[in-house]
Ligand binder design. Structure first.
Ligand SMILES: [Zn+2]
Ligand SMILES: [Zn+2]
Length: 138
């Protein structure tokens, strides 16, 4: 599915191809520091940006960077650099009506002050890194 979205101020807009409808929530400490809550994320194929001058990229780990609007600070994406895999911020899309919360990652880092009512698949940080390592060996 091709979908469009933008940051809060509209300086950065994007068109993403092959957007999944399943949303993952990441509870890791980095994501919560980045957006003050879990990161609601959706996988996308290629992404084309408008307003690239206002798009900041922060290298948050050896393997990934996080994209944001330099003007308004909106979180826009998490991207695995080597794989060129975009995991877009669900909240940045213009139409979010088809999204469904399907899984939660880094559940072991979730603080106690919130939890979701929906039943979803969950995985820990260790699960995530194990899967990532397996991906690398392919
Ligand atoms: Zn903005
Ligand atoms: Zn995270």
């Amino acid at each position: 599915m091709e979908m469009t979205g933008q940051c809060l101020c509209g300086a950065v807009r994007f068109t993403a191809q092959d957007v999944a409808h399943k949303i993952g929530a990441c509870h890791c400490g980095q994501c919560r520091r980045w957006g003050s809550g879990p990161y609601f994320a959706v996988r996308a194929g290629s992404v084309v940006f408008e307003g690239e001058d206002n798009l900041g990229r922060y290298r948050s780990s050896d393997w990934a960077e996080r994209g944001f609007c330099k003007r308004c600070g909106s979180s826009l994406f998490y991207r695995m650099i080597e794989e060129d895999r975009y995991i877009m911020a669900a909240g940045s899309f213009d139409d979010q009506s088809g999204f469904e919360l399907a899984y939660q990652v880094f559940i072991d880092e979730k603080p106690d002050f919130y939890s979701f009512a929906q039943e979803t698949k969950t995985s820990t940080g260790d699960d995530f890194f194990a899967r990532y390592a397996a991906l690398k060996e392919d």
